[in-house]
Structure formats: structure tokens, C-alpha cells
Design a protein around this ligand. Sequence first.
Ligand code: PGA
Length: 330
Amino acid sequence: MHSRALFVAAVSCGLAAVDAFTKCPASSPSRAALAPPGYGKLARSSSSLLTVKMGRKPIVGGNWKCNPAETAKLPELIGNFKKCAETLDKCDVYVCPSNLHVGMVYDKFPKGIMVTPQNCNFKGCGAYTGEMAVDQMVDMGLKSCLIGHSERRGEFGLPTPKETNALLATKLDYILSKGLTCIFCIGECLPIRQKGIDAVLAECADELRDIVPILKKLEDKSRVVIAYEPVWAIGTGVTASPEQAQETHKGIRDWIAKNVDQNTADEIRIQYGGSATAANAGELAAMPDIDGFLVGGVSLKAEIADIVKAMVVAKGDSATGVSSGASKVR
Ligand code: PGA
């Protein structure tokens, strides 16, 4: 059984080494002066040890981003997920190959590993050059799609328009309407983290507010997975401390309880992403509000299996609860 300790300490960031890619995009939406919600009761988490309900099934994803360069490397990368498939009854696993490679590899993974495109369009098939429709994913038997990664929300200086919260809500609605699960990424950049936890939670709230009506009407809450990925931790080697991550995950869950409903807060899974490795996964996974990982760099290594293992070990018997049954499908 993992730790149920309550972490409320303000944690200093220690982020001096983080590089310039962690700036907020110039056109960030207004940071509403939203106070972080009070910490209410949570299932399987935090303040009351007596309010434990059905557990949330852990979920670990690998985000290959725009890698690898050579298709010849794909068999090895796919092979790294073989071990991850051994514990799918305890931990859902998905992988996000690059757009070009999805069609090549979607049926090559061990059964139950969910191949999850890194993006989709907002509508369907038709005259949408360069886009991917969820309808196409459905036809291929895919069960999930990731959206809202900070690298698409305007971070890292991409010269493309950033994806807005409103656009991402439209995409989420579209994904769910087609029966898929959605990994919905959120997270703050370094200047916001440096202002403290209230500013971090206000930013997370900004990024979630547009999907509140969608979450409210969603029956199976496991079909939306929030991937909390602090931008300053992505690809930098600087990981949020377990206490920092727990404090933020709990704040997000409390915000959902207040702004969606308690049931959604109890059942929705919140992954941590940002320089997760086999070395730090155990401590992070032990945090009660961390339900999984979204892994970038390490998902291109055999080490990804150790991260899944750390999650299974940390959650133990509680790792079989709420899930869409995704581990039974491709
Ligand atoms: P990282 O990336 O694990 O390489 O930091 C995480 C992500 O961007 O999903």
C-alpha cells in the first residue's frame, strides 16, 4: 500500500538549471486570479484515510514525440514494451508513436498496449490537409488519443499557432464522441511555477475550465486521463519532487471536485510527466494522487518497463480499480 501522507508544504523549485525553453508563450491567455480550492475529501488520497473508495487503475504512457528518425529502429522500440504488457491487469499502458509511424506500428505491439496518436483534428475526415481524424483511428481499432501536449500548446517556440483551451475542448468532445479515451495534457511553464503553487493551480484551472461541461456529462471517468506535465520538467532532466507533484495533483483533483463533481475527482486518473525515469518513478508513484506517468525520453529505452513496474509495485492491490477496460484492446 502506498503512502497516504498529506503533503502541504510549499516546495521550493530548485530550477535554476532549466533552460530558456520554459518561458511562457507570449500569447498566454489571461491567468485568472483563481485561488486554489480548499483541500476537500478525496478517494484514495490525502486528507481522510477513511474515504477510500474504489482505486483508480494506474496508467503509464510513452510519448515518442518525433522519434525515431529511422524506421529501422521501430522493432527495437516496440520490443521495449513487451515487458510492459505482462502487467496490463494492474496498469494500463499506451504508446504515442510519431504521426508518420502510427500506421506502420499500430498492430505490432503486444495485445493490450494502446497505440495512441499524439494529436487529432477537431472534426473528422475531409479537406483537412496534414491532419489526423479520430474516425480514421476508430477504423484502425485504436482506442485512445493524446491532445494538448505543451509542445502543441505553444511551448518550445514552434512557429505554428498554439492550440487554445477552446480548441482542445472541441477535440476532446470529438474524441469522446467516437468512443475513444483521451489523454489530456496540462501543465505550467517555469515563470508560473516560480510564483508558487497558487499560480500553478490557477494555470491548471485555466487549462481545464473549458472541459468542465464535458467531464460533467462523461459517464466513464476513466475515459479522460489528465496528464499533468510541468513544462519546466519536460526533457530537462529536472523532475518535480514527489511532494511538489503530489501537491499539484491533489490541487488539480480538488479543483475538479469543486468545479465538476466529487465522483469525477475520485475516479479521474492524473498522470505525472516530466523527466520521469526508473530512478524517480518509485517515489513519485507512491504519492496517492499520482495515478501514472507520461514518459518522453525514457519511453525510447528499455527502461520504460521499469517505470511501469515501479507503478505496479507502488499501487499494489489497489491497482485494479476503475478503468475503461482499455488493457483488453489494442
Ligand atoms: P520527458 O517528456 O519524459 O522526456 O520529460 C515527457 C513528455 O513530454 O511527455
